[in-house]
Write a protein that binds this ligand. Structure first.
Ligand code: ATP
Length: 427
């Protein structure tokens, strides 16, 4: 495959190994697996290897210190704990913030089920925090077309139905209505957005799409084209109602895209094309995955019901799922556990606490005590259940207040209002 690829156009797009069947690590928009060992045992995802293979940069201490200096804000727990761990050109976004130049945030969700799961709230919660921190516009794409194209079973009516329930979930994260535009691809494609989709697609060959995404001769052409839709959303000129119609100006405004790292291939492709047609390249800030309940190595997925805790789950369901399914890093017997201690690196309850427990000191105490064998698996699970129940019920209270009118407002094509860095001038 590599020999057919336009090397110049793909200089940011090393070809990921499409290797689920050979047992190797595979991370792309359609597969997330750390691979399996010779005995068929699932391996954890090696994120350092991903940084190397994808050619991204690790978020290091100096970058975090600069962020804190510029924004005056302590880094979010996802940044402090290396959950948001990698980036492309995030420093350029900080440069723009420092100089008072505009940029915007872009993230999204593929509506594959009627409720988001706790894993989806990772990029969304982080995006809300970035919106509060930078005070910039945010666009949220609902890829209903993608979820139709990439499934044998789902109908268009089904994914469109999920759009409004998913939009309610997303709004319940707490986004600012004055600064946030949510759209469904089926509804929004057209006009300036469609011009950009076509512009982007004109610069991607079939060979490139195959090399980046692993498509073959049997792939439907809708899937092959979809990357141009996800990519064109990162260009400010797709949103004249937010940034104005003057493309000389809007093509210079970059997006900052917070997402889990499986989405990176879309934007490697988009960055290559952006550079070739004088559009601002999107910057990215990547998060790790919240593990499936079954353990590290695969992600929690709405398409795999038993892997996930959904944001609509009751306290009882959360308790049952953690108690029955959450993979434990504890030992076989209590005596052995007390003697040898538990392994927090694979323990799903501990890993979920790393994502959702705010207090660094409490988290550290839990880690030390579990690894020393003082805290038992049942006790660790009880802490995890308590924290997740509180997180999900707080969300459900906000979600109950989101009406159809609120959704209609967020999805209305309207100008947004933001202050940004006080020195920002858009026009
Ligand atoms: P599905 O749950 O149907 O498998 P998906 O994983 O493709 O859907 P999307 O809705 O397409 O999820 O993704 C929305 C955002 O959430 C993306 O940034 C994606 O990388 C992120 N995401 C999805 N699953 C997880 C997870 N388990 N942990 C962290 N982020 C996730």
């Amino acid at each position: 495959m590599a020999t057919n690829v336009n090397a110049e156009a793909l200089k940011e797009s090393p070809i990921p190994e499409v290797a689920a069947h050979t047992g190797k690590q595979t991370v792309d928009p359609y597969n997330v697996s750390g691979g399996v060992d010779a005995n068929g045992v699932q391996l954890a995802i090696d994120y350092s290897k991903l940084i190397e293979e994808f050619g991204t940069k690790k978020i290091d201490q100096p970058l975090l210190e600069r962020f804190e200096r510029l924004t005056g804000k302590k880094p979010h727990r996802f940044l402090r704990r290396g959950i948001v761990f990698s980036h492309r050109d995030f420093e350029l976004i900080l440069d723009r913030y420092e100089r008072g130049e505009p940029f915007f945030l872009y993230t999204g969700r593929g509506p594959s089920s009627d409720s988001v799961h706790v894993g989806h709230t990772v990029p969304f919660e982080f995006t809300k925090w970035l919106q509060d921190t930078f005070d910039v516009p945010l666009v949220i794409m609902l890829t209903d077309d993608e979820k139709y194209l990439f499934s044998e079973k789902r109908t268009i009516e089904e994914v469109q139905g999920y759009c409004s329930t998913n939009a309610k979930d997303i709004i319940a994260i707490g986004f600012d209505p004055a600064k946030t535009f949510i759209f469904s691809d089926f509804d929004f494609v057209g006009g300036a957005f469609y011009r950009n989709i076509v512009r982007l697609s004109k610069h991607i060959t079939l060979n490139q799409a195959r090399a980046i995404f692993g498509f073959n001769e049997s792939t439907n052409i809708g899937r092959i084209h979809f990357g141009s839709i996800q990519g064109a959303t990162s260009w400010a000129s797709s949103f004249p109602h937010i940034f104005g119609a003057d493309e000389k100006k809007t093509t210079k405004i970059p997006a900052l895209i917070p997402c889990a790292i499986d989405q990176d291939p879309y934007f490697r492709m988009t960055r290559d094309v952006s550079a070739r047609i004088q559009h601002a390249k999107p910057s990215l800030i990547h998060s790790k995955f919240l593990d499936a309940l079954q353990g590290p190595g695969t992600k929690m997925s709405a398409s795999v019901d038993e892997s996930a805790i959904f944001m609509k789950d009751t306290p009882k369901q959360i308790q049952n799922k953690i108690n029955k399914h959450a993979f434990s890093g504890g030992k076989e017997t209590e005596e052995e556990h007390r003697r040898l201690g538990g392994d927090t690196s694979v323990d799903v309850s501990y890993q979920y606490l790393r994502f959702f427990l705010e207090d660094d000191d409490e988290l550290e105490k839990i880690r030390v005590s579990y690894e020393a064998g003082e805290l038992l698996t049942g006790q660790l699970k009880a802490i995890c259940i308590r924290e997740l129940q509180a997180y999900v019920s707080g969300f459900q209270e906000r979600r109950a207040k989101v009406t159809d009118e609120t959704v209609a407002h967020f999805m209305d094509r309207r100008p947004l209002q933001w202050v940004g860095n006080p020195r920002v001038t858009i026009v």
